[in-house]
Design a protein. Structure first.
Length: 246
């Protein structure tokens, strides 16, 4: 692990949501907590600018960090980050102290290599990244910054599963430890899906006009026939009444 991350922290004496909001707004600090390794949890504050800069580095999320709490160094890893749902703001962070002799569980990012020259891509295939990170278990000294997956030889409709990924020495996949049913796909290449749009119905305006004219003519004829029939009925009634009178 070539990257080195160190954050300055101060013990926090005051608690509560209102105080935390005031800290973030006025003091430009981020509330956090550090716990684990058989020690008491300690509420701390971190410099907001330093935290935001560190979080821009992918390696920060899967590295052993040095947290200087009131000048005393402690080794830890990030376990949780609470972010504001709408603003680019860190609300709270959790750090877990590490023990050099105890294994830890972390999510490590996956770096896919040779994507542009992959065999399946050359013939028109599309890459599907089924995983962006892999959960691993290892001693702190063996924790990798990332896991490389070379897909240059991946053919069309080919899939690389967890069991096919070469992990660094001393690093184990948490999912694979659960059994064969957890050998999930990491990356695959398939033909692009083509969505067929429904054909638009072509309307013959001239024919439609003729049909409309015919329908109108039939309507007029029907109405006329009805009127004629009505007149005939009226005549019959008159004749009947005349006969009855006679």
């Amino acid at each position: 692990m070539s990257e080195v991350f160190e954050l300055e922290a101060q013990v926090r004496e005051n608690y509560g949501k209102a105080h935390s909001r005031r800290m973030r707004r006025l003091d430009n600090t981020v509330p956090a907590v550090i716990y684990g390794a058989g020690k008491d949890h300690v509420s701390i504050t971190l410099l907001g600018n330093k935290v935001r800069k560190a979080l821009q580095n992918e390696a920060f999320y899967s590295h052993i960090l040095t947290i200087k709490v009131n000048g005393k160094k402690e080794k830890a890893v990030i376990k949780a980050i609470q972010r504001h749902p709408h603003r680019q703001e860190i609300l709270h962070m959790d750090f877990l102290r590490i023990n050099a002799d105890e294994k830890l569980t972390m999510n490590v990012p996956v770096h896919f290599e040779n994507e542009e020259t992959a065999a399946g891509v050359k013939v028109g295939g599309v890459i599907n990244h089924n995983m962006s990170e892999i959960e691993v278990s290892c001693l702190p000294a063996d924790l990798p910054s990332f896991i490389a997956v070379d897909i240059e030889n991946l053919e069309m409709d080919g899939v690389i599963h967890l069991s096919q990924v070469k992990l660094p020495k001393g690093v184990e996949s948490v999912a694979l430890a659960l059994g064969e049913g957890h050998d999930f796909a990491v990356v695959s290449i398939h033909e692009p899906k083509v969505i067929e749009e429904p054909e638009e119905e072509v309307v013959d305006e001239e024919a439609e006009g003729e049909e409309g004219a015919e329908a109108a003519a039939e309507g007029e004829g029907g109405e006329k026939a009805t009127d004629d029939k009505g007149d005939a009925n009226k005549d019959n009634k008159k004749d009947g009444a005349k006969d009855s009178k006679d």
